[in-house]
Design a protein around this ligand. Sequence first.
Ligand code: ADP
Ligand code: ADP
Length: 236
Amino acid sequence: QPIISFQQYEFKYKNQSEPTLKDITLDIYPGEKIWIAGPSGSGKSTLAHCMNGLIPFTYGGEATGSLRIGGQNPAERSIFELSRVVGTILQDQDAQFVGLNVAEDVAFVLENKAMDRPQMKQEVETALNLVGMLDYIEHSPHELSGGQKQHVSLAGVLSTDAEVLLFDEPLANLDPASGRKAMQLIDDIHRKSGKTVIMIEHRAEDVLQQAVDRIVLMNEGRIVSVGTPDEILSSG
Ligand code: ADP
Ligand code: ADP
């Protein structure tokens, strides 16, 4: 049973004359680690926004074909319910920080889960420990490096128990060394948690050093190939 399933899916933004996504058929299974690759403008972010509910809730338009997230039609769920299935780690980390310190920011994500303070403290600490950021629990998120902000954002998503971790351009704002660390952490979390990991990324060099199960290659709004790294790379 796929956790995310696109069947002959098309999506057109309301202010565009042509569909941005065309003939998308893709099943993603629980526990897979998937890299969505392709040049700028090929539709990677749009595909990601279909998976996390920004489409249709924030960006309107017309969709045809079918999309199932956790077995359900996303248009019939709230964006909040969808975030419990697919948690997004954004590239623009600053926008999502609202608390005075790292602990508050991770706790904020948990706010809608019914739990008492000691339990919340425990969950925040567990999540920060998983991403190696427990030492920074009292720091302001704004004084962290880009890589550390991303780790905190990941801790927040991990604390929600979302089954799918969706990374939107995790390397975009990172220097090569921080990028390698981020890839390492994502790999580590994937192996330890068994969660589904989806990475949207156009920077190939850094991703390819990590194991992924499948690469989905996009171009001009279509999936042009899907396969293991060996399959994709040998076909050029
Ligand atoms: P990528 O992530 O691969 O760079 P995008 O999904 O961001 O690709 O963009 C694919 C196409 O969709 C582009 O032509 C872009 O202009 C268009 N697009 C992206 N977001 C929107 C939006 N919110 N409204 C209208 N068009 C959009
Ligand atoms: P990315 O592809 O990394 O998301 P973009 O620069 O393509 O970055 O998009 C940045 C933001 O602008 C996104 O939220 C996207 O949806 C929106 N956007 C992109 N292209 C368009 C467009 N043609 N019309 C309206 N909004 C757009």
